[in-house]
Design a protein around this ligand. Structure first.
Ligand SMILES: Cc1cc2nc3c(=O)[nH]c(=O)nc-3n(C[C@H](O)[C@H](O)[C@H](O)COP(=O)(O)O)c2cc1C
Length: 263
């Protein structure tokens, strides 16, 4: 059974899960969501979607991707959401979006990994990151095995309260994104004009002007520019100057850049 896995990732957690699936299952193609939304999307006999949780729901780019999915059937359609511990209503929302396209989600999973959202404090110190990612490995192995065996069901973390509050939080988050006019991102004096922030942005929202990056209003809030800047020069408002930068230790910069087919 051939498998195609569409992935979206800012700090590499979700990419790490997609890669683990590719390494363990047979004949798996990994396709970046950001690339797929621009071109054709095809369902395979086994099709997966791996992405981070944003405000208790899927990233906006993932919902755009779902809207473009063809309604031909996949024998086994699965979704894995990585999160910092509170997936909220992510899988319920994803399931509903897929249903609107006439598609049934065969299996859904959530996995707690390192939280990467700077406005909520960002990533923890390195020691805690190692602990969280170590625990996540066990969960990822379990997910891989379930997907390998075509297990069906909702295997994600559930919470009644979050399932009620989730859609509201998600609504406010997506509304704010759709109305963004200016950006809180800037590069401080440590910037060396390497332009990794521009290359890594999945939606081409960062442009170099006179050797310095500038941010437009198409941000998906993935924070790839922030977490992957080699100089830790990218800032978001005033609170991030002392914040820890994080990317999953198993994900390489080239893996992230390849999502846009940049060498
Ligand atoms: C904009 C944004 C919103 C987030 N919202 C949530 C959330 O509601 N619940 C949660 O548990 N983690 C949340 N997180 C943390 C990420 O879901 C988590 O760190 C994820 O594993 C990141 O995956 P990535 O490295 O593939 O981007 C958020 C992160 C970002 C950037």
């Amino acid at each position: 059974m051939s498998t195609v896995i569409y992935w979206f990732s800012g700090s590499g957690n979700s990419y790490h899960v997609a890669k683990a699936l590719q390494e363990s299952l047979e004949d798996v193609e990994l396709v970046p969501v950001a690339q797929a939304v621009k071109g054709g999307i095809q369902l395979s006999s086994k099709t997966g979607l791996v992405f981070p949780v944003y405000a208790w729901g899927p990233p906006v780019i993932v919902s755009k991707f779902i809207e473009k999915l063809p309604s031909d059937k996949s024998d086994y359609l699965f979704a894995v959401a990585t999160c910092g511990g509170a997936p909220g209503s992510t899988m319920a929302i994803t399931r509903k979006m897929l249903k609107r396209r006439g598609l049934d989600l065969s299996a859904s999973f959530t996995v707690k990994m390192v939280g990467n959202y700077p406005p909520m404090g960002g990533a923890p110190a390195e020691e805690e990151q190692l602990k969280v990612n170590d625990t996540a490995e066990g969960k990822i192995t379990e997910i891989v095995s379930r997907i390998d065996n075509n297990a069906c069901g909702d295997f994600g973390k559930k919470s009644f309260i979050f399932s009620l509050m989730g859609p509201m939080a998600y609504h406010f988050f997506t509304r704010a994104l759709s109305k963004q006019k200016s950006s809180k991102f800037y590069a401080d004096d440590k910037c060396t004009s390497c332009d990794i922030c521009a290359k890594i942005c999945p939606v081409d929202n960062v442009e170099m002007a006179d050797g310095k990056p500038t941010w437009g209003n198409r941000c998906e809030q993935c924070f790839a520019c922030f977490h992957w800047c080699p100089q830790e020069s990218v800032q978001y408002g005033r609170k991030t100057l002392e914040q820890v930068r994080y990317h999953h230790p198993g994900t390489l910069l080239k893996d992230m850049l390849n999502r846009q087919e940049i060498e």
